[in-house]
Design a protein around this ligand. Structure first.
Ligand code: SF4
Ligand code: SF4
Length: 373
């Protein structure tokens, strides 16, 4: 059985988080069950972009600091790193408050700048992961629970995409981003290539709507933890009220026969007997309605059934960040206007994820609007 623990935590005050973390880890044997004295322990929070903690884009610094303290108390050396979607780790660490919190707690930031080539175990034969991440004795995954325009949910499995070093991300998006199933397979293979010891989810304030960067903070008051990130995500999605058919990672994990996708494989522990029932999370606008369609129909109706990014002229400052990040180079800036080539666009939504000015909206075809997609 895959054990998943969830506990309530009403706020990010250090005492409350420390108390909740202890209750969270006790059923798993405590931090000492994962960290031995002298080990290098890499904590991998979500450091997507340089945003303030209250915007709920990044893992909250209070939780990162508490986990650092627990690692140090177990005798480990706590390193914290990620490969942000936009900007440097130094900039994201500064604005999110993570760097200051980590250093005050006795840990240190460790850049993901050096590549370690890992031999893939499935479809992807080569993965360029961060050396710091690969060579740590122990990895602890610290995702933020958020909706995600491409994958519906970003939590335990999707957070590990940050182990791919900067420029290699765009290449993998281009290769795998044409199909959600393929991209989900890539995420699962990254998670398997370098397994994490533990996943601890920041669900105290989560994000709903147009996540992972432009959604709305949603107070949930929960921390979740487990050894298997797939099982943790299954429970997180159930709490968020997201149906399994909208979760490519869960569907692909089930297709591959990986454990953790079924509730009868999961032992729930923690403050409550069952996950709390909450109002289902608002889903991102960019989700398409391709699920379950045969392949040829997906190709035929692609432009009708999948929304397309479109610039909001009054917000767009033509900075070019989205153009430079677009894996298939579908964005051009011509005559003071941003254009998206619908034929090239693979609907990975990296542009919306990375635009610092919230200047891209979701454009839906008439058919898509008529069927309520
Ligand atoms: S849409 Fe956003 S990222 Fe793209 S050019 Fe405009 S402001 Fe920059
Ligand atoms: S235009 Fe946006 S959604 Fe389309 S491929 Fe480029 S980054 Fe992805």
């Amino acid at each position: 059985m895959e054990k998943v623990v969830f506990v309530q935590c009403a706020s990010y005050t250090p005492d409350q988080v420390a108390d909740a973390l202890e209750r969270l880890l006790t059923p798993l044997g405590g931090m000492a069950n994962y960290v031995r004295p002298g080990q290098k322990v890499l904590l991998k929070p979500n450091m997507l972009a340089a945003r303030l903690p209250e915007e709920a884009v990044t893992t909250h610094p209070a939780l990162v600091a508490c986990v650092v303290r627990a690692v140090v108390a177990a005798g480990g050396e706590a390193l914290v790193g990620d490969s942000p979607g936009i900007g440097s780790m130094a900039r994201v660490g500064e604005k999110s408050g993570i760097r200051e919190a980590v250093e005050a707690a006795g840990g240190r930031m460790a850049a993901f700048d050096e590549i370690c080539v890992v031999e893939g175990i499935g479809t992807f034969r080569r993965l360029d992961l961060a050396r710091t991440y690969c060579e740590a004795d122990v990895v602890i995954n610290l995702p933020k629970l958020k909706t995600h325009e491409m994958m519906t949910l970003t939590c335990g499995v999707k957070n590990l995409y940050g182990a791919v070093v900067g420029a290699a991300k765009a290449g993998l998006h281009l290769t795998a981003g044409r199909s959600k199933e393929l991209f989900a397979g890539l995420l699962l293979e990254i998670a398997q290539a370098r397994p994490v010891a533990l996943t601890i989810v920041d669900g105290i304030t989560a994000m709903e709507g147009n996540g992972p960067n432009s959604g709305t903070p949603r107070s949930l008051g929960l921390l979740l933890a487990g050894e298997n990130p797939i099982a943790v995500d299954t429970v997180a999605a159930r709490i968020a009220g997201i149906p399994p058919e909208l979760l490519p990672v869960e569907r692909e994990a089930r297709r591959r026969g990986l454990p953790g996708t079924e509730f009868d494989q999961i032992q729930l522990c923690g403050d409550l007997l069952l996950p709390p029932v909450v109002q289902p999370f608002r889903l991102p606008e960019g989700l398409d309605v391709q699920f379950g369609l045969p392949g040829f129909l997906k190709v035929l109706l692609r432009n009708q059934l999948t929304p397309l990014p479109e610039a909001i002229e009054k917000n767009c400052v033509l900075c070019g960040i989205c153009r430079d990040a677009c894996p298939p180079q579908a964005i051009t800036l011509q005559k003071n206007a941003l254009k998206v080539n619908s034929g090239r666009c693979i609907r990975c939504w990296c542009c919306r994820e990375l635009c610092p000015h919230h200047a891209l909206k979701v454009k839906k075809s008439l058919l898509l609007r008529m069927i309520g997609g």
